[in-house]
Design a protein. Structure first.
Lengths: 315, 315
């Protein structure tokens, strides 16, 4: 591999995803240049990145001198050309429009180094579609983190059919240097793994609330204290292996199926939400959580930091 | 309410669910009588309950004197009559066969006190079906905990259409005395809340593994470190409210829908698993987790205890 241990990072797009990537790389002392076509968003993004990086430092997750180095080197790219021209790793976080992203990636390729690797954080489109206008599609792959990115260590890495293995290896290496866990998928499927799981769960949550089975707050309590805690302790498949104990797994899973097959038949088949349902859901959420966002976000980040720390500690 | 603070508990069935209920109530010093029609399983169940109760004590979750009182009063019912005759709370954990459970509940009702409350831990059947042979269906309701019950605080309480409100109130009170969080549902739906969420997620996990998108271990890593940790920090709907920030929720949810609706259309529609798929899945799980169950179970319980503790601490 030819990648450096601390690549020069170019982040394209200063929305939520771009700010997350910038926070993570800056907090590890990497040189990060951020660019957004809307000139006036950089200052806001910079302020948020600084706050989030400092919070990591306060929580003891990154050392002060590393943070200072990262913040000192964190800059406004001002133009696409200046942003990506020297970058080792270009992180594209553009809008979820296929044509726009394809053109943006084409522009990036025209001005970046031959050795640069480009990752897209698109949730909707995969490398096989995003690379349509590229001359070097082998340098592009998709990388899907969870938000807030600086606390959520798992990152799905999804190469396209044309992606070069050394680019996958380099991105894996960089993510590990950022204290994250890259998981490489073997195929491009809608939503990848996390998105499918989130979509499957949200669909049930929507129907349970709209059908009046449970209130918004109680639903969150059940999911958060039940399945989420159970799976945060051990993954869903390992949980089944534990439940089987000494029994043969085919027999044990077969017994579970007797229950699950009945539930599968009854699950939500929703593929859309109409205007009236969307409005009802939004009002229900608003009434359940009126104006507590700042305190809740702070408590969420505290829990995430502790959860991640807990998972790291040895058995 | 007329219920006592420490009800006399009768647990019917010494399988996994019965052992969990016995562990929880014994650990809080309650008088528990356990009965299983298979005479020879009691000794094994008793040994497991003692081990699990002692572990709670070692983790500092229950005081020693309470544990001693509970263990001293923990007894083998030997017959259904002797087990339930004085009980305030009869916990039925029979086999998942509707006819068998209906007859078992009928027998319980014939010998228990008029004031006794009967809860069923059936995952497949609701009170409206289970009460078919009862003269006092108003004393019956369903109570669905997560396993391992002594660590998982959330319990779904599902009254039937005939259940008396005072029985729901008494069971809620008792669960709270056991340091658990009862959540009362407003309707009987297949799988209730936890089961639906688990079924929706397992279905995706099965397809992702059988389709070769990801390995069993990597799948567990993604779900466990991604969505599970995120939802253990804040529930799925509250997470959306946080993501919306200052934007109007209808607008913010609408933007999410643009992505989610595409995923919903691509989600698994599986309602069964055929023999060949079951066999392949079982082999994949076996190969992923060969013979590590004891160490993993210990680590799981340590994590669960810490996770629950983390959620209890104030913001």
């Amino acid at each position: 591999m030819t990648e450096t241990a601390k690549p020069l990072v170019a982040v394209i797009g200063a929305g939520g995803m771009g700010r997350g990537w910038a926070t993570l790389a800056v907090s590890r002392g990497w040189r990060v240049t951020l660019f957004d076509p809307s000139a006036n968003v950089f200052d806001d993004a910079r302020a948020e990145v600084i706050t989030r990086v400092r919070r990591l430092q306060q929580r003891g997750m990154v050392p002060a001198e590393t943070v200072e180095a990262g913040l000192a080197a964190f800059s406004n790219g001002r133009s696409l050309l200046r942003t990506v021209t020297d970058a080792d790793w270009v992180i594209e976080t553009g809008p979820e429009d296929l044509g726009q992203r394809q053109r943006l990636l084409e522009q990036v390729e025209q001005v970046c180094r031959l050795a640069a690797i480009i990752t897209s954080s698109s949730l909707r489109y995969h490398a096989s579609a995003l690379c349509a206008r590229l001359r070097r599609p082998e340098r592009l792959l998709c990388v899907n983190p969870w938000s807030p990115l600086e606390y959520m260590p798992v990152v799905e890495v999804i190469p396209g059919p044309l992606t070069a293995p050394e680019c996958v290896a380099a991105v894996r290496f960089w993510l590990q240097r950022l204290d994250h866990h890259p998981i490489v998928l073997h195929a491009e499927v809608p939503g990848n793994v996390s998105g499918r799981v989130a979509a499957a769960v949200w669909r049930e949550c929507i129907d349970l609330v709209l059908d009046g089975v449970i209130s918004v707050r109680d639903l969150d309590r059940v999911v958060s204290n039940g399945p989420a805690v159970a799976w945060a302790a051990v993954g869903p498949h390992q949980r089944l292996v534990l439940a089987a104990g000494l029994r043969d797994l085919t027999v044990a899973l077969g017994a579970q199926l007797g229950t699950y097959e009945g539930w599968w038949q009854a699950l939500s088949q929703r593929t859309s939400l109409d205007r009236e349902e969307l409005y009802r859901l939004a009002r229900a959420l608003e009434n359940a959580y009126p104006g507590e966002a700042d305190a809740v976000r702070e408590e969420r980040d505290r829990r995430l930091a502790a959860l991640i720390d807990l998972r790291k500690s040895p058995p």
